[in-house]
Each structure stands twice: as C-alpha cells, then as structure tokens.
Design a protein around this ligand. Structure first.
Ligand code: NAD
Ligand code: MG
Length: 378
C-alpha cells in the first residue's frame, strides 16, 4: 500500500487528490493547509493521517483544539510543513501548496528518499537545477502532476528511449485570448478570475490570464525533461483536450488527449507505471468537435517573453521571475496594481536583482526575497 503525504490538501489540487484516493490503494500519512482548518479537520477525521499541519500559527492552535480527541499530531508553521514532508513515513509526497513555500519541504522530502508527485511548479521554476540534481542523487522520482507535464511524461513512456527533438506545450490562452495589448490595460480582477476551461486556485488562475502560467511551465518542462527553452514550443489550443505533445527526430508527433480534469494526471503520478480506472470523464472526440491552434501573442502577453529570457539565462533568474510574479499577483489580487502591471513588475525585478550564475539554496531564497521587494515597490 502506498503511503502518501499531501502538502496543501485543502486546495484545488489537494482536494482532487483526496477525491481520487478511493481509486488507488493508499494510506495517508500527512495533510497540510495554510489556514482552512475546518476542511483539514474533516479530511483528517476521514483519512487518519499520522500528522497534520496548519502553516498559519493561530489556525494551528485552533486545529489542535479541534483534533484533541484524536491521536493525530498537530504541527504549525513552515517547520511543521517540512516535518509533514519528510517525517510522516510517506513514500510519496504530493506537493500541492502554491508558491515558493513548497521548495524547502520538497527538498526535505527528497532527502528523506520520498518520490515527489509535483504540482507545485514554482519549486522547479525557482530551483530546478538544485531539485533535479538532488532527486538524481537520492534516486527519487519527480512525477509531474501538471497536466501538460504529465502529458509529456505519458508520451515519453511511448518513446522507446528515443530522445525528444521538441516539446509542444499547449496553452488554453486563458480568458483574455485574442485581446490586444491596448485592450489588456483595462481588464478587471473579476474577468481575470474567469478561466474558460479549468477551475483552480486564485494564483494559478491569474497566472493563466497573464499567460505567466505557460512561462512557468516552460521552465518546469526545461528542468523535468532537460530541454533547452528554444526547443519548447508554446501553442494555444483553446479546447484544452490535447494536453501537450512531443516531437521526434523524424518529425513524428505524439500527444496525450483527455477532457480537462486534473484527477487523471494526479492519479497517474500516484499509480505510475500502472493505470487504474479514474473518475475523470471520458473523452468523446466527436462531442469535442473541432480543435483550434494559434501562436501566442507575446505583445499582449509579455510574460511568455520574460519567462523565456529567464529560462535562457538560468542561474537565479527563475527565482527572480517566480518571486516577483508571486508578489505582483498578490498585489493585483489585493487591488493594489492593475493587471498589465504584473508583467511590468516582473520585468523590473529581472533587470534589477543581481544575477547569480550558480545559485545555492540561500542565493535562491535571497533572490526570491529581493524580487518580491522590487515587485511590490514598483
Ligand atoms: P490553491 O490555492 O487552491 O491551494 C493551495 C494549497 O496550499 C491550499 O491547501 C493552501 O492552504 C496551501 N497554502 C497556501 N499558502 C500557503 C502557505 N503560505 N504555506 C503553506 N501552505 C499554503 O492552489 P492550487 O490551484 O491547488 O495550486 C497548487 C499548486 O499546483 C500550484 O503550484 C499550481 O501552480 C499547481 N497546479 C495547479 C493546478 C490546478 O488545476 N489547480 C494545475 C496544475 C498545477
Ligand atoms: Mg498546467
């Protein structure tokens, strides 16, 4: 029986992970939240983990009271998150927290010899080299949960060991597809939160609207599949049925298709290499109708260009891009800046923060911190 810790079990990916548990044989060792303790309590009573954590200290105190009649250990803070990742007895850790906060627990889980079912893309964007090197050294697997990267992973299973000539990363285009750069200056928070195909947490929903999500995914794919950014093509596919594709030396293209439902890639990361029946709706191609494809508009969506330059420059640029973007998205969600300013703030941080070619973990944390300050101050 697989032993699984779910970091961020109360979020969009976290709750969908809990949803597919009956389809797989698994024991849950740890669950965590930031401060949604009512849901965490419910999950804990149903799944009986060894330990739980609320990263918010006040919430952890309340959670401890709520679970006082159980033998579940209740932890607090980022240290508690790291303990849940590395010391709950899990063999696989699902990283479904949002943002850079996922980095330390992911590294701790790798050091403890756990495989990683990775949803938290910011971890690889910030510290891809560090994380992938550490995983190789410890012989642990990084199993992608992100639908595009899972699609690529599934195609790689069928590649028979042949190298990839190209990765074709599909993007829905988000709610602002087709808008001009001038029109993008007046879009609202409410519009930005309306994703056409996926229901997700707020941060990734805004990232999808700016298309920074695809930029982050480009860097995620670069590290996962050891591909230079120029060999990763981004194509808009409005229907989100083709989840991504790979191309070989002879020009053949393999793709993975399915309805847009994260439960399939989550489940595959947990059952790999086996495939089990899944709750996700089945694809009916005739019902899906026609597929459309477009080149991304990098003038209206400058985030793609910024992510490409961070990917090409490597070093600490991923950490700067991700940290600045997290802070700018938070500022946009709080109503402090306009939508188009998110990319402007990220660009400024990329220019201002000192470049470090071979960053250590502390360089990465420092770059992230500095980038956030630049992004907030404008
Ligand atoms: P979400 O906001 O719905 O959930 C985030 C989870 O992390 C929650 O459990 C929350 O309590 C916890 N959390 C938030 N802030 C925290 C903090 N500071 N410290 C510790 N825990 C904290 O987010 P989501 O949409 O589930 O996304 C999670 C990750 O998965 C992101 O990195 C996202 O890019 C990635 N992802 C999500 C989807 C999706 O469909 N939602 C798809 C692909 C990848
Ligand atoms: Mg994705």
């Amino acid at each position: 029986m697989k032993k699984i810790a779910i970091l961020g079990s109360t979020g969009s990916i976290g709750t969908q992970t809990v949803d597919i548990l009956p389809s797989i044989e698994a024991e849950i060792t740890a669950l965590t939240t930031f401060h949604r303790i009512d849901l965490l309590e419910k999950q804990a009573r149903a799944l009986h983990p060894k330990m739980v954590c609320a990263v918010d200290e006040a919430a952890a105190k309340d959670l401890k009271t709520k679970l006082a009649d159980t033998d579940i250990e209740v932890l607090a803070g980022e240290d508690g998150l790291v303990t849940c990742a590395a010391a709950s007895g899990a063999d696989t850790v699902v990283t479904a927290v949002v943002g850079m906060v996922g980095l330390k627990p992911t590294l701790a889980a790798i050091d403890a010899g756990c495989d990683i079912a990775l949803a938290n893309k910011e971890t690889l964007v910030c510290a891809g080299k560090l994380v992938m090197d550490r995983a190789r050294e410890k012989h642990v697997k990084i199993l992608p949960v992100d639908s595009e990267h899972s699609a690529i992973f599934q195609c790689v299973q069928a590649a028979g060991g042949n190298p990839l000539a190209k990765i074709i990363l599909t993007a829905s285009g988000g709610p602002f597809f087709g808008k001009t750069a001038a029109e993008m200056r007046s879009v609202t928070l409410e519009q930005a939160l309306q994703h056409p195909n996926w229901s997700m947490g707020n941060k990734i929903t805004i990232d999808s609207a700016t298309m920074m999500n695809k930029g982050l995914e480009l860097i995620e794919a670069m590290w996962l599949y050891d591909m230079p950014q120029e060999d990763i093509e981004i194509v808009i596919h409005r229907e989100s049925i083709i989840h991504s594709a790979i191309e070989f030396a002879d020009g053949a293209v393999l793709a993975q298709l399915g309805v847009p439902d994260m439960r399939l890639p989550i489940q595959y990361a947990l059952t790999y290499p086996a495939r089990l029946p899944c709750k996700a709706e089945r694809l009916n191609l005739a019902k899906a109708g026609s597929f459309s494809f477009y080149e991304p508009d990098e003038t209206a969506f400058p985030s793609i260009r910024l992510a490409r330059s961070a990917a090409a420059g490597r070093g600490n640029l991923g950490a700067v891009l991700s940290g600045a973007n997290e802070a700018a998205v938070a500022a946009f969600l709080a109503g402090d800046i306009a939508f188009y300013e998110i990319a402007e703030r990220v660009e400024k941080a990329l220019l201002d923060v000192r470049f470090v070619k071979e960053p250590t973990l502390s360089d990465i944390l420092e770059s992230d911190r500095e980038a956030r300050v630049r992004a907030v101050n404008g």
